[in-house]
Write a new protein. Sequence first.
Length: 176
Amino acid sequence: MTRRVMQPEILVRSVEADDWEDIAAMQESANVVFHTLQLPYPSRDAIRDRLENRPANQVELVAVVNGVAVGLLRLQPGTGRRAHTARLAMMVHGDYQHRGIGTVLLEAALDLAERWLAISRVELEVFTDNEPAIALYRKFGFEIEGTIREFAFRDGHYADAYLMARLRPLAEDDAP
């Protein structure tokens, strides 16, 4: 499925193996490295290999501007008794942040999760100092459920993260 959402110049579609160079450029972006679990100096071969050998149930969407993938969102559905959940991870190239890319990706992913994959809980981790991302997630109904202390080593220090989740409201006829 390919969708044009919110802004006509931003196209959201499923990731393709040919997107690996654009995704590598995203992962090399200093702002992406700082605000995600990506390490500096990513292996371009490893990025290409990961895209060519993705887990079958993982959903990956890209936001494309002028033919270039500038945002990536991964949605990993749970299994078994957690089949109603999905973990979300997202990155936007540093040169394209604060332009609505994250909003468009998140809108598309939540629509897919709730209307097509029967996912009622989407969860994520976000560094506590990533205020723009936290504001974006809150705009879509995510709530902070807790703080994970010393979540990851980043730039010479341990950084805390919030565990955030969005629960899809039950329809009136679904209520117990």
